[in-house]
Design a protein around this ligand. Structure first.
Ligand code: HEM
Length: 508
């Protein structure tokens, strides 16, 4: 009989390695099995929409099928678990009383979600928890004081007018519809750059900022796909995948963009040469505050902290606002009678719109109602996540243990038929003074609620009002039925094919 090399003493290490890997694989399999059993037990009180035994609800989530989501909300109006593969489940909340119970606690953000988001926003205010979050929130709140916001109105007006001039040019050369989202996104970037970083970029008129915007769009898509694809939850598998490679490249674009903002300011502080409009300012902008902030031990923010906060405010401060303005214009184009009422109101207050003041913005009740109704129908931040750090009991007596990842589905809260009559109908009168009192305080939370609510919500509403008012004074908006938006739930609720708005009877 022939002597096999497997019988030599050199084969022993291979045997041992093989047995070791087998044991490791077996241990991992047992761990995953126990994890599944624990999740099944913990989530038993909450019925689950029909699911595939292996993929769970992955396909439904990735399909971005909003009609299916509406059906699910109608069947499971309080909450339901969604399985991402066989070993991970997230708990989705669509009921305002459930949302209230969660938002009145102090559970941390889900690290699962934050880990995937970190290339976009680092460990900035959105991702922080505990005493460090409290310290940053306290330090950064003054950057959004009303007196500072008042000074921003002029900056916003200027940027909106630049965008409207561009639209006028497009419309004068061809009788066409305009894909407004891309313009609004740049306008919003222009505003956040000028207001929070005092940086004049002219990004609306030169295309050097397009790579940053494209990177944001693509990274958001990859983050979302990774979150809902259980194989990509593993860092190793994700890094080796083509998506992982692309992700690394895009991260460099984002990192570099933020870094340039910080380095430019540091240089101008060191040399005393004002490269931006720091000289003209009477107040500390966001970047001044971050760069001069000290913690309780008197130490400055670390370079990583500064980078994280700048990327957080850069992204949170323009992406969601751009989405909200696009959705408002889209809704008004779809509903010409409401559009006309807003226009009359704005014209009565602003005349030709040559100057807008803080007082003007508080005198637009009908336009404000329309903006709120759009934020209800199209909440720019459709989901927020938490990780339960202790057990929770909901008002109906059902409970969940610590360790479960929750999503408060703001979209579902805003579309829940048990709290909104005809939830899909655009009806700004829901927010009239009389009707507002009947709305459950947690049924409409586009900016979240509780201590972790949006720090930039007043900034966002002001920008939205300025943009809508000035647009209505110059354009009549018409819907483009040939290219309806395709909703995609990313970090921000956007349309995959942009937002196309037609031109009405002509410029106003
Ligand atoms: C229409 C526009 C906006 C919407 C719908 C929106 C929505 C939200 C929501 C829902 C949260 C809670 C997130 C969570 O709990 O995970 C949040 C937090 C936050 N938002 Fe906004 N936001 C908008 C605009 C802005 C702007 C303009 C800024 C800054 C200039 C901003 C900065 C932040 C920050 C830093 C947080 C974290 C706050 C904290 O945890 O203390 N947002 N936003």
């Amino acid at each position: 009989m022939e002597f096999s090399w497997l019988e030599t003493r050199w084969a022993r290490p291979f045997y041992l390695a093989f047995v070791f890997c087998l044991a490791l694989g077996l241990l991992q399999a047992i761990k995953l099995y126990l994890r599944r059993q624990r999740l099944l037990r913990d989530l038993r009180p909450f019925p689950t929409p029909p699911t595939h035994w292996f993929f769970g609800h992955q396909k439904f989530i990735q399909d971005d099928n909003m009609e299916k989501l509406e059906e699910i909300i109608e069947k499971y109006p309080r909450a339901f678990p969604l399985w991402i593969g066989p070993f991970q489940a997230f708990f989705y909340i669509c009921d305002p009383d459930y949302a209230k119970t969660v938002l009145n606690r102090t559970d941390p953000k889900s690290q699962y979600v934050q880990k995937f988001l970190s290339p976009l926003i680092g460990k900035g205010l959105v991702a922080l928890d505990g005493p460090k979050w409290f310290q940053h929130r306290r330090l950064l709140t003054p950057a959004f004081h009303f007196n500072i916001l008042k000074a921003y109105i002029e900056v916003m007006t200027h940027s909106v007018k630049t965008m409207l001039d561009k639209w006028e040019k497009v419309c004068s050369t061809r009788d066409t519809t305009v894909e407004v989202y891309k313009h609004i996104n740049l306008m919003s970037l222009d505003i956040i750059m000028k207001c929070t970083f005092s940086k004049e970029t002219n990004c609306q008129t030169n295309s050097t900022h397009d790579p940053y915007e494209k990177a944001i769009f693509e990274v958001s898509r990859i983050v979302f796909q990774r979150l809902y694809s259980f194989l990509h939850h593993s860092d190793i598998i994700f890094k080796l995948s083509p998506q992982g490679h692309r992700f690394q490249k895009l991260n460099q674009v984002l990192y570099q963009y933020t870094d340039t903002i910080i380095q430019d300011r540091k240089k101008s502080l060191q040399t005393g040469v004002k490269q931006d409009n720091t000289q003209k300012r009477k107040y500390q902008d966001f970047l001044d505050i971050v760069l001069s902030a000290k913690d309780e031990n008197g130490s400055s923010f670390s370079d990583t902290d500064v980078h994280s906060e700048v990327s957080t405010f850069l992204l949170a401060g323009h992406d969601s606002v751009a989405a909200s303005i696009s959705w408002v214009l889209y809704c008004l184009a779809q509903n010409p009678e409401h559009q006309e009422r807003c226009r009359e109101e704005v014209r009565g207050i602003l005349g030709d719109g040559s100057s807008i003041t803080w007082e003007h913005l508080s005198q637009m009740p009908y336009t404000t109602m329309c903006i709120k109704e759009c934020l209800r129908l199209y909440p720019p931040a459709p989901n927020i996540s938490r990780l339960l750090d202790k057990p929770i009991t909901f008002p109906d007596g059902r409970s969940l243990p610590a360790g479960i990842t929750l999503f408060i589905n703001i979209w579902a809260l805003h579309h829940n038929p048990y709290f909104w009559e005809d939830p899909e109908v655009f009806n700004p009168l829901r927010f009239s003074r009389e009707n507002s009192e009947k709305i459950h305080p947690y049924a409409f939370i586009p900016f979240s609620a509780g201590s972790r609510n949006c720090i930039g919500q007043h900034f966002a509403i002001i920008e939205c009002k300025v943009a809508v008012a000035l647009t209505l004074l110059r354009f009549e908006l018409a819907s483009d039925h040939s290219r309806p938006p395709q909703l995609v739930r990313r970090v921000v609720l956007k349309s995959n094919n942009g937002v196309h708005i037609g031109r009405g009877k002509g410029n106003r």
